[in-house]
Design a protein around this ligand. Structure first.
Ligand code: SPV
Ligand code: MG
Length: 300
């Protein structure tokens, strides 16, 4: 059987292909597996949705070691690469280097850091967004690239300049500095309801690393437009959790109101679906093998 390609190599290839790629959010291993099963070739381990699924805010309330503990089961469970949202890197260049080493050891294919001050606030939180100093941020990129042991491990640098309102020139300057510092791709974020800022950014961008966006607020823009703008990858950053929240609450409400599960059976996944997704059959076969070993020397 041919050896599976390393997930870091898969992620790098996906970012570098001339096709427009799509990366799907997951907040746990089960969600990651479902996204992979329908065909997504890479997973976004979202800071927002992982935090929310733990009842926490997207504001560095989870420690970095907790983030890794939550994301490692995803990498264990799926074959597709996981791009981890590492917020603003959890500290200075030194903390972020330690994080990158541990992330690689957890099987994570790449990490994304954003140029926000620590502790960060979610880009859509109605507050002022303070940006990191450019030199401090590029130091983190340099340090991460120096410390990674797998040369395909991807470091995505994200600029929040447009979110923070510091202007297009600042966004372009930051992006250029991050490319020069060694970033493998650039994520440019916008919270506008149209893709106008992203379009202007791409018109003026002279860099050559792949561009990534997350069109959460400008979701009605046809994805072909992104391709025409020269975008390499689109992150659907929170749609798995949002779908799950809606479906769960609807189901809980119906069961609560009806004092019965009869009405929801047929509309929800079966217990067999859970057993099959978690490969319970594989365990049962192994059990037969290991709990009833054939005596040595027996032919059959
Ligand atoms: C996330 O999914 O955590 C992101 C994207 O960083 S956003 O929520 O738009 O900041
Ligand atoms: Mg995030």
């Amino acid at each position: 059987m041919p050896k599976a390609q390393a997930t870091s190599t898969q992620l790098k290839a996906l970012l570098q292909t001339s096709e427009l790629s799509f990366i799907m959010e997951a907040h746990n291993a089960l969600a990651a597996r479902l996204a992979e099963r329908v065909g997504f070739k890479a997973i976004w381990a979202s800071g927002l949705t992982i935090s929310a699924s733990m009842g926490l805010r997207d504001a560095n309330e989870l420690t970095w070691s907790q983030v890794l503990d939550l994301v490692e089961p995803m990498t264990d469970f799926i074959g597709a690469p996981v791009l981890l949202d590492a917020d603003s890197g959890y500290g200075d260049f030194n903390i972020f280097s330690r994080f990158v080493k541990k992330a690689e050891a957890c099987g994570i294919a790449g990490v994304c850091i954003e140029d926000k001050a620590f502790p960060k606030r979610n880009s859509f939180a109605n507050t002022d967004h303070t940006l990191a100093d450019i030199d401090d941020f590029t130091a983190k990129i340099h340090a991460a690239k120096d410390v990674q042991s797998d040369s395909d491990f991807c470091l995505v640098a994200r600029t929040e300049a447009l979110v923070a309102g510091t202007g297009m020139d600042n966004a372009l300057e930051r992006a250029t500095r991050y490319e020069d510092a060694g970033a493998d791709a650039l994520f440019v974020h916008s919270k506008r309801s149209t893709a106008s800022e992203i379009q202007e950014f791409t018109k003026n961008w002279r860099g050559s690393i792949p561009l990534i966006i997350a069109p959460t607020t400008y979701s009605s823009t046809p994805t072909n437009d992104f391709k025409a703008m020269g975008i390499s990858a689109v992150i659907w950053a929170n749609h798995g959790l949002r779908a799950a929240m809606e479906a769960m609450e609807k189901t809980y409400r119906e069961i609560h109101e009806q004092r019965s599960v009869e009405g929801v059976e047929g509309h929800i996944a079966t217990v067999s679906d859970i057993l099959s997704l978690t490969k319970t059959e594989e365990l049962l076969k192994a059990e037969q093998n290991y709990n009833n070993p054939k005596p040595k020397g027996s032919d059959d």
